[in-house]
Design a protein. Structure first.
Lengths: 260, 478
């Protein structure tokens, strides 16, 4: 029924547009490709690259406009210390013990969070999908996801990396990959993102230009879900007054590791 | 859903104009977003010229809509998503209900989506025993209050903090407060429970990208991310025109959208969603459904005069600069689509005759076109709708709206072509106006079909001598 519905639906559009009904067939990929590409507004022009320090300055200024706290550090150990201080000073919004959820990601592992937070006796849960043992439960993936979700729900700080950061708007670009739960940047009250300086690009246009030169690369570059995050969650729905923390994180910290 | 009625329009508009709280809110809102949005577009690296690029992108996308939708659907399906093409609202609603039934959905969380308002999705879900919670703070407020959105992107601008405080005290059982941050926190807490318990997430689609097979959702609150990440099923509704061909086109439109809609260089959250969670991924929905809706859009597409309105990306910038919307507010339109864009879209989707008052109520000042991020000529289409109402139109099933008025103008046209006849009528008018009620030399009341002219103001009487007569007299010409 769905196939038939689609045929009828598209036929109606073709008729409305005055397109011949048999111009293209389902299998006429070449035609579609040219037709689609013909509406392209030219390849993304990359503006002259800014120097690294100019990009960082832009990022910090843009961060201030959206209430994103940007800190630039020379080493991972400094970032670890900053994070430990943050964990110590902040209280969980919904009560309960302090817990951290973090991406299963090389840069985050390099911080050695469990060791850094051991003195404060704060557990860190990495969002790796574990326990998918066939036969263990009726639906191992689903139950592993549920367990993971409970860890993220009860965490008050979520720690992630990012794929890119857009300096002009202070935007984090995060593609969904195994081990990188989306909810870590969404459910905890505080989101901390850690990136390396070379991941900072100037804007959305240059990011789109970087992810691929052809359609296949662009598709792969976006994956099944790619999220752009700019500052903490916010709303202006009550009398136009800006309030941070509508549904997502109330505070977002971005720690940038300088190129060595 | 849609209920617009010309009999209500004037009553609602008058009520809105008398509501001083609403008037202040509308003024503040237009000052903030109307001016801010215009400035944000001027400050683009490409400046206002990018609007014309945006327009060209939309024009070509709509001209190739059949190919783009086919490509989009193919790509989404390749990523493991399902696509359903719905001819009308009923088909779309029924498909969503079938998905809900299959997954035994009891609670759905919704992101703001005007197309779901258009098709009455909430009512249908509730009739099927499914709780459907609006999660955009503004939408949540009006859902609790049992009202309808009064703005496309700021649905609760008509409510004050005091009203919201009283509403939350009653519905959420919290102590009364009118502090926006405490009220937001109360909603945050209540909605977090819903997000964590929901079986289905429902969203709209700001703009899809055909080439890569993604829909994008844009929000500042993060509610759409919640709805598209936490529940096991995500259903996205999309008006069929909301598609860009390529990722580059899409990027231009997103930049225009965030500036025009909210005077922001970037929205808080933009998600490119191409399908359900892949195996091995830690979260995301198990199923992703995209419902593409026609519901009268192909009829608009078929008409060259009105095709342009399908370029609209629903940023609501035209509402933020419209002098009519700024006075009468969104509720007077009685449609999910209010303001200048609503005055064109609502008649075309739901019946020109039925919604005629909307295109007749706008001033034709053109601020909407100036502001539109894709340069849509709304004034031209308002005039075309009015012409259709005057002349009638078989294709759109419009009968001439006021035969008396049409006959009156025909008579007028015939009369002014003959100078002697015109002078005769003028003379008669001068004579007859002596019998009309006066107010300080001005005509205070006209009668019959002309009475509307003196409802709000007094009219200047016909001059004793016409301009030509005065010139002739001063120059001594007989």
């Amino acid at each position: 029924m769905a196939i038939c519905g689609k045929k009828v639906f598209l036929a109606r559009i073709r008729k409305a547009l005055g397109h011949p009904t048999e111009v293209f067939r389902q299998d006429d990929a070449a035609f579609k490709q040219t037709a689609v590409l013909s509406v392209e507004n030219g390849p993304a022009g990359i503006r002259p690259p800014k120097t690294n320090s100019a990009l960082l300055e832009t990022l910090i200024a843009a961060g201030q406009r959206v209430n994103l706290n940007v800190g630039v550090y020379d080493s991972l150990s400094e970032i670890g210390l900053a994070l430990a201080r943050l964990v110590q000073t902040k209280a969980p919004e919904w009560g309960g013990p302090k817990r951290i959820a973090a991406w299963d990601h090389a840069l985050i592992h390099a911080l050695k969070l469990p060791q850094i937070l051991a003195p404060q006796k704060i557990p860190v849960h990495f969002t790796r999908l574990k326990g998918c043992v066939p036969g263990h439960t009726a639906d191992p993936i689903r139950s592993a996801r549920q367990r993971l979700r409970r860890h993220i729900e009860t965490a008050f700080i979520g720690v992630t990396a990012a794929d890119f950061c857009l300096a002009d708007t202070a935007t984090l670009v995060m593609k969904t990959e195994p081990g990188r739960a989306r909810a870590v940047s969404l459910l905890p009250s505080i989101h901390v993102a850690i990136i390396e300086e070379h991941q900072v690009v100037s804007d959305l246009k240059s990011f789109i230009a970087q992810i691929g030169a052809n359609v296949a690369e662009m598709k792969a570059g976006l994956g099944n879900c790619l999220t752009l995050i700019t500052g903490p969650s916010r709303t202006r729905d009550i009398e136009g007054v800006m309030v941070y923390g509508a549904h997502g994180p109330k505070e977002v910290y971005l720690y940038v590791l300088k190129n060595s | 859903m849609f209920s617009t009625d010309s009999r209500n329009y004037q009553t609602l508009a008058q009520k809105a104009i008398r509501d001083s709280v609403l008037q202040d809110a509308l003024t503040d809102f237009q000052n903030l977003l109307g001016k801010g949005g215009a400035k944000a577009i001027e400050n683009l690296p490409e400046g206002r010229a990018l609007r014309l690029v945006g327009r060209a992108i939309r024009q070509k996308a709509i001209a190739n809509l059949d190919i783009l939708l086919d490509t989009l659907a193919e790509n989404v399906e390749k990523n493991g998503g399902s696509v359903f093409f719905a001819e009308d609202g009923t088909a779309a609603v029924n498909h969503c209900l079938a998905i809900a039934k299959k997954h035994r959905v009891r609670l759905a969380v919704k992101g703001k989506s005007m197309v779901t308002e258009e098709i009455g999705l909430n009512q249908a879900l509730m009739a099927a025993g499914i709780e459907s919670v609006e999660t955009d703070l503004g939408e949540y407020i009006i859902q609790l209050a049992g009202e309808h959105p009064s703005h496309i992107i700021a649905p609760a601008i008509h409510k004050t903090r005091d009203q919201i405080g009283a509403l939350f005290a009653e519905k959420l059982n919290i102590p009364y407060t009118n502090d926006p941050s405490l009220l937001t926190q109360a909603a945050r807490k209540a909605l977090r429970e819903k997000f964590l318990a929901a079986d289905m997430g429902i969203s709209g689609c700001n703009l899809a990208c055909a080439q890569t097979g993604h829909i994008t959702t844009v929000s500042n609150e993060g509610n759409i991310r919640m709805a598209a990440t936490l529940p096991k099923v995500h259903v996205a509704f999309m008006g069929m025109e909301r598609v860009a061909a390529t990722l580059h086109d899409h990027e231009v439109l997103i930049r225009l959208l965030t500036r025009a809609a909210a005077a922001q260089n970037m929205a808080g959250y933009i998600s490119y969603i191409g399908g359900p969670a892949a195996s091995g991924q830690a979260d995301g929905p198990e199923e992703f459904h995209l419902i593409i809706i026609d519901n009268g859009r192909s009829r608009i597409l078929a008409d060259d005069t009105f095709r342009e309105i399908l370029y609209c990306i629903r940023c609501a910038a035209c509402l933020n600069v419209c002098p009519v919307y700024g006075k009468i507010g969104g509720h007077s339109y009685e449609s999910p689509y209010s303001g200048p864009v609503g005055a064109v879209v609502t008649p075309l989707l739901f019946g020109i005759q039925r919604a005629k008052h909307l295109c007749q109520g706008e001033t034709l000042c053109g601020a909407c076109k100036e502001m539109c991020p894709v340069d849509i000529d709304i004034v031209r289409m308002l005039l075309a709708l009015r012409a259709m109402l005057a002349e009638g139109d078989r294709k759109w099933k419009v009968v001439p709206d006021n035969r008396f008025e049409k006959a009156g103008y025909a008579l007028w046209a015939w009369m002014i072509e003959d100078r002697r006849l015109y002078n005769l009528v003028l003379g008669a008018g001068r004579h007859l106006q002596r019998f009309l009620p006066k107010n300080d030399q001005m005509l205070a009341r006209l009668f019959g079909p002309l009475k509307g002219w003196t409802e709000q103001k007094d009219m200047r009487p016909l001059a004793k001598r016409s301009f030509i007569e005065q010139v002739k007299k001063s120059r001594g010409i007989k």
